[in-house]
Design a binder for this molecule. Sequence first.
Ligand code: FES
Length: 104
Amino acid sequence: MDKKTINLGFIEKIPLGQGFCFIVEKDEIAVFRPRSGGLYAIQNRCPHRRGPLAEGVCDAQTVICPYHGHKFCLQTGKGSEAGEEVRVFPAREEEGEILVDIGT
Ligand code: FES
């Protein structure tokens, strides 16, 4: 599949230290803006029971699912429970806007 970059708009849409769910071509992508810096995008639905990860608590490296507390690495998508993993989408900020690569 070819790489495609999507512009999700101004970074201020995401409060510092939180996540925000964007609908991108019928997929839900959770974008996080940790207080320590950086920008991360992962699939929004938790592989356990579809918890909305964008509503979870995040720190510099992980997000905790709001439903049952499973943790996911924002960089690799690896989960705290065996076999659980979420998709990761490369994300960056350019001139105050959020760019995410999908389809990779
Ligand atoms: S739905 Fe995410 S931990 Fe259960």
